[in-house]
Design a protein around this ligand. Structure first.
Ligand SMILES: Nc1nc2c(ncn2[C@@H]2O[C@H](COP(=O)(O)OP(=O)(O)OP(=O)(O)O)[C@@H](O)[C@H]2O)c(=O)[nH]1
Ligand SMILES: [Mg+2]
Length: 457
């Protein structure tokens, strides 16, 4: 640190969103652009802002290191996207910014498997509170009620045995995911505590193979108040298993997010349009629950004054942290035609803005962005949209090896979310990443620099 840089500003940025929404790709591209910074290609603060003395640090105790090198290597050398995230991880680094004269920046970035966000509502709720919350959501949504019908039937049987009840709940969880509804909690059903993901299969097969909890003998299912009263034996078995699950899988990750200074929430408009109205409905609830639990905005007790004072007076390790900046990111901008890019931003706003709007002391912004631009647009043809890129899958969804660039069609974006739409009605085919082979040359991005300038503040 130079002698004039008398303090360190610590920025902790959590990135959350459904599985496959682009969190790890975003973080990989961001770290690459910070490490090998070029103001002309990544305007952090302004084109003249320079970054220097970038060093990677070890993650905090209890955190795995974010697999930056492996993710970047997969992109550059393997021509592949990084693998699915199986555990929570942190990337820590320190650098100087030419536009911060008296402070250097200690940046910590957090990545989570997307499945875990469906468990956010568990934080701060005991087993009864979580059960009531889940049953209120089941009751409020006809599609979810239908998919959980066997479980609701089982709950109606006064003498139902524990294994039958658990199996019925697991069939419901499998039905949800097979119908593109991501509200699957406990999320270990989809991604277990060891990071093993569920493979697509029939609901009964998934119910037999997977666990609704930490493992065999540690499973639980939500019980409505009436069943808890009628069957205290079941509630007494499930409650401690639930508590252990929250301690092991939920609290460490969600608590770290709570003490972040900024949060990035991915709203993958392409995936929501492709997934149908059920995916949209569930994702909206997941974002709402997540923001309720993390309660971004000014601290209710300390308030803005104390935050300002603590920044001035306390060493960075001791400063209280809470989220004051919220960035909603609509990723994969390169998978929609340029004529639709403003619509992508508008759709993200219409879906989740209300959850940020009502919070005092919170700055929020929306960004439509591409972390790794991997397509090129073609001119509109009678209103039809075409891009070029290297397709990742055949029409039947099977992965294919990388081949030559091809022209392919993508759906146009609506002006507003439709009242109803089916899975597959909109399509935005996945492509292979387009990465410059030069190791220190970061990928082409759109608006990732604007998002970074907003959250690293
Ligand atoms: N074209 C394009 N595709 C992207 C971009 N970012 C992500 N993707 C696609 O989205 C997929 C998922 O991205 P990840 O970053 O792994 O998603 P994630 O949110 O970390 O998912 P989990 O680890 O399962 O929670 C990638 O394999 C790509 O197919 C982008 O900027 N452009
Ligand atoms: Mg990931």
């Amino acid at each position: 640190m130079s002698i004039f840089r008398v303090k360190t500003t610590e920025c902790r940025v959590g990135v959350v969103g459904l599985y496959n929404s682009g969190k790890t790709v975003l973080l990989t591209s961001l770290v690459n652009h910070l490490q090998d910074h070029d103001g002309d290609r990544f305007a952090l603060g302004g084109r003249d802002t320079k970054l220097r003395k970038f060093v990677t640090l070890s993650p905090d105790d209890d955190w795995e290191a974010f697999p930056y090198a492996a993710s970047r290597d997969a992109l550059v050398h393997g021509g592949r996207w990084p693998g699915k995230t199986r555990d929570r991880s942190q990337f820590a680094c320190r650098f100087e910014r030419s536009d911060w004269r008296f402070s250097d920046c200690l940046l910590k970035l957090y990545d989570l498997p997307g499945e875990r966000v469906a468990d956010a509502a568990m934080l701060g709720r005991d087993f009864a509170g979580w059960s009531d919350h889940v049953h209120a959501q089941i009751a409020a949504d006809a599609a979810t009620r239908g998919l959980h019908a066997p479980f609701l039937d089982a709950l109606g049987r006064p003498d139902v045995a524990e294994p039958d009840l658990l199996r019925a709940y697991k069939v419901g969880l499998a039905n949800l995911i097979l119908n593109f509804k991501p509200q699957v909690s406990p999320s270990a059903f989809l991604l277990d505590a060891k990071g093993q993901p569920a493979r697509p299969d029939a609901p009964e097969v998934l119910a037999d193979a997977r666990f609704s909890g930490l493992g065999p003998g540690a499973e639980f299912a939500p019980l409505p108040a009436a069943v808890r009263a009628a069957r205290p034996d079941l509630a007494a078995v499930f409650a401690p298993r639930y508590e252990e699950y929250v301690e092991r899988l939920v609290r460490p990750a969600i608590q770290a997010l709570k003490s972040c200074t900024a949060l990035v929430v991915m709203v993958d408009v392409t995936m929501l349009l492709a997934g149908g109205v059920g995916m949209y409905d569930d994702t909206r609830l997941i974002v709402r629950d997540l923001l309720d639990v993390l309660s971004p905005g000014e601290h209710p007790v300390f308030g803005p004054l104390a935050r300002g004072l603590s920044t001035l007076l306390l060493p960075h390790q001791l400063r209280p942290g809470w989220i004051t900046r919220l960035a909603f990111a609509a990723p994969k901008l390169d998978l929609v035609h340029p004529s639709d890019r403003d619509r992508m931003l508008l759709l993200a706003r219409r879906m989740v803005e209300r959850y940020a709007d009502s919070r005092d002391g919170l700055k929020f912004e929306f960004f439509n962005l591409a972390s790794v631009v991997s397509t090129r647009p073609l001119p509109l043809e009678n209103g039809r949209r075409f891009l070029t890129g290297v397709p990742l899958r055949e029409a039947d969804g099977k992965k294919v090896p990388p081949g030559p660039e091809q022209r392919f069609g993508v759906s146009g974006l609506p002006d507003d979310w439709p009242a109803d739409w089916r899975p597959g009605e909109y399509t935005f085919p996945d492509v292979y990443p387009r990465m410059p082979p030069r190791k220190d040359y970061p990928p082409e991005q759109v608006n990732l620099d604007r998002l970074a300038a907003f959250v690293i503040d």
